[in-house]
Design a protein around this ligand. Structure first.
Ligand code: ATP
Length: 241
């Protein structure tokens, strides 16, 4: 297992948001996390690279326990790409520069190597001719594809997506999902928090349904979407499908 989560609890003050999560993600697996607003999906995802401190329990990524003081979390984070709802590109840098930055700073690539890698990734996400643009000159969907390319430029072992299409106009969602689907088909290990039930149903190997800070039900998309066992899963799917 490339990610192992053991009895994870997370509180913000008195508010216990994750109430004991056990989960495992296999290498090359695509796992979608679904559930009602406020159920703790984003918090769970953010605990997987310690963007949120863990209150108790354990998260082990690629054999390293993130709360072990001997583990260098910044080192582990270089193996994990993250894509957020907001794309967070540097506004005054070109698209190409946005993608080149981390490989040069963190991986020590020289400019020519970083340019070649960034250009190849832009081609991959269908924006090969937009390298010189500034982020503000792109649509939200294009900016999100640049954000995916930027995360991939670090050659991560795992990609985490936190509602990557929620901030997009509906007509821009498809292009971003298509890039994610392609990544999934190439064997990337992915954990995707999403409200896109179509994507979860079509692309995920496994779906986790969260409610009240817990994983209430999990299984193959066909089981979760067509034969949900838990009442709360049934209720949620009735509302959203
Ligand atoms: N930084 C924070 N400080 C305090 N409370 C927080 C913080 N982040 C999240 N919460 C609370 O934790 C709970 C779960 O939030 P989270 O964003 O993980 O849910 P979610 O399932 O991802 O919801 P959504 O689908 O609406 O994004 C919410 O009650 C939220 O208010």
């Amino acid at each position: 297992m490339i990610i192992e989560v053991k009895n994870l609890h997370k509180s913000f003050g008195d508010n216990e948001v994750l109430t004991g999560i056990d989960a495992g993600i296999e290498e090359r697996e695509v796992v979608c996390v679904i559930g009602p607003s406020g159920s703790g999906k984003s918090t769970f995802l953010r605990c997987l690279n310690l963007l949120e401190d863990i209150t108790s329990g354990e998260v082990i990524v690629d054999g390293q326990s993130l709360t072990d003081p001997k583990v260098d979390i910044n080192e582990v984070r270089t193996e994990i790409g993250m894509v957020f709802q907001q794309f967070n590109l540097f506004p005054h840098k070109t698209v190409l520069e946005n993608i080149m930055l981390a490989p040069m700073k963190v991986r020590g690539l020289n400019k020519a190597e970083a340019t070649a890698r960034a250009q190849a990734l832009l081609d991959k996400v269908g924006l090969g001719d937009r390298g010189d643009a500034l982020p503000s000159q792109l649509s939200g969907g294009q900016q999100q594809r640049v954000a995916i390319a930027r995360a991939l430029a670090m050659e991560p072992k795992i990609m985490l997506f936190d509602e990557p299409t929620s901030a997009l106009d509906p007509e821009l969602v498809g292009d971003v999902l298509a890039v994610m689907k392609q990544l999934a088909q190439e064997g990337m290990t992915m954990v995707v928090v999403t409200h896109e039930m179509g994507f979860a149903s079509e692309v995920a190997d496994r779906v986790l349904f969260m409610d009240g800070g817990k994983i209430v039900e999990e299984g193959k998309p066909s089981d979760i979407f067509e034969r949900p066992k838990n009442e709360r899963t049934q209720g949620f799917l009735k509302r959203v499908l």
